[in-house]
Ligand binder design. Structure first.
Ligand code: ADP
Ligand code: MG
Length: 278
C-alpha cells in the first residue's frame, strides 16, 4: 500500500442535484492525505469543510470524481466497512456521539459492532481510555462529564476500533478553553504516539500551528495549501478568505514592517519571545 491513505481526485459534490436549489459544495478537489500526517483544514462557515470530511469515510459519495481510502474507491459498497474501520469521524457535538449509560459501554459500542470478542473489547476499552486520559471515569455516566471529557470519550470510542485515521470535524467548537486544550492535546498525542493519521477541521487558527500541513477551503475549493508557516505568512490572502492569522503572527507582521530584522513567520508566543530576547 502506498504513502497515501486518502486521495481526493477531482472530487465534486452538489447538494440537491437536479433541483432548482442545487449547491456546489465541493468543486474539483485534489488532495492526498499522507499516512501518519497531521493535516489541518481551515475555512470559514459554509466553505465545504464538513462535506469534504464526510467523503473521507463514505458518509457522502462524490457527485463526480473519486475518493480512495487505502486505494479502495469509496463507491465500492462491498468495502464500506473496511473504509469505515480505517477512517473514523469525531463531530462537533459530543452529546450526539455518546449513546450508552456508562463510559465503558460507550467506548465498547464500536468494537461490539465490529463483532470483536468481548475479552479483546475489554482490553481495547482500557487502552483507549488510557490514550485519552479517561480511565478513572470508566464506570461513570457520560452525561455527567464536562464537554471536553465527553469529547475525549467519543475519541476513545473511535480509538477502540483501531482506525488508521480519525477525521475531526470542529471537535472543539462547543468546548470551553480548558476543554479545547484537553481535546487538542489528546489529538496531538494520538498522532505523535499512536501514529494515527489526523484530518483536523477547525476554524481556530491556534489549533493549526503544529499541523504538518494546512489546507484552506473557500467556496468548495482549495484556496491555499502548505505548511503552517507558508500559509500564515499570507496574511492578506487569509483576510480576503475571512480568516484571521494567530495574534502573534499578526503582531510579527506589523513589527516586521517597522523592523525587517523581526521575521514575519512567527507562529507562537515562544518563538516571538526568543526573538525579542535575542
Ligand atoms: P462547512 O463545514 O465549511 O461550514 P459545509 O460542508 O457544511 O461547510 O457546507 C458547504 C455548503 O453546502 C454550504 O453552503 C452549506 O449551506 C451547504 N450544505 C451543507 N449541508 C447541506 C445539506 N444537507 N443540504 C443542502 N446544502 C447543504
Ligand atoms: Mg462544518
Amino acid at each position: 500500500m502506498g504513502d497515501w491513505l486518502i486521495r481526493f481526485e477531482n472530487t465534486s459534490y452538489t447538494y440537491g442535484q437536479d433541483t432548482e436549489r442545487s449547491l456546489d459544495a465541493l468543486i474539483n478537489i485534489n488532495l492526498k492525505v499522507k499516512r501518519g500526517e497531521f493535516l489541518a483544514v481551515l475555512g470559514h462557515n459554509g466553505s465545504g469543510k464538513s462535506t469534504l470530511a464526510k467523503h473521507a469515510n463514505a458518509l457522502i459519495l462524490p457527485t463526480s470524481g473519486k475518493v480512495f481510502v487505502n486505494d479502495i474507491d469509496t463507491t465500492d459498497t462491498e468495502k464500506i466497512w473496511a473504509i469505515r474501520q480505517s477512517v473514523g469521524m469525531v463531530f462537533q457535538n459530543p452529546d450526539n456521539q455518546l449513546v450508552a449509560t456508562t463510559v465503558e459501554e460507550d467506548v465498547a459500542f464500536g468494537p461490539e459492532n465490529l463483532g470483536i470478542p468481548s475479552k479483546e473489547i475489554h482490553k481495547r476499552v482500557t487502552e483507549a481510555l488510557e490514550a485519552v486520559g479517561m480511565e478513572e471515569y470508566r464506570f461513570h455516566p457520560p452525561h455527567q462529564l464536562s464537554g471536553g471529557q465527553k469529547q475525549r470519550v467519543a475519541i476513545a470510542g473511535m480509538i477502540a476500533m483501531k482506525p488508521e485515521c480519525i477525521v475531526f470535524d470542529e471537535p472543539t467548537a462547543m468546548l470551553d478553553p480548558a476543554g479545547r486544550l484537553e481535546v487538542m492535546n489528546t489529538i496531538k498525542r494520538l498522532n505523535k504516539d499512536e501514529g494515527i493519521t489526523i484530518l483536523h477541521i477547525t476554524h481556530f487558527m491556534d489549533e493549526v500551528i503544529d499541523a504538518d500541513r494546512v489546507v484552506v477551503m473557500d467556496s468548495g475549493e482549495i484556496a491555499l495549501e502548505g505548511t503552517p508557516k507558508e500559509v500564515f505568512t499570507q496574511i492578506d490572502k487569509l483576510h480576503s478568505l475571512h480568516l484571521d492569522v494567530p495574534q502573534v503572527t499578526a503582531l510579527a507582521h506589523r513589527l516586521h514592517q517597522k523592523n525587517p530584522n523581526i521575521p514575519q513567520n512567527i507562529l507562537t508566543v515562544d518563538e516571538m519571545v526568543s526573538y525579542i530576547c535575542r
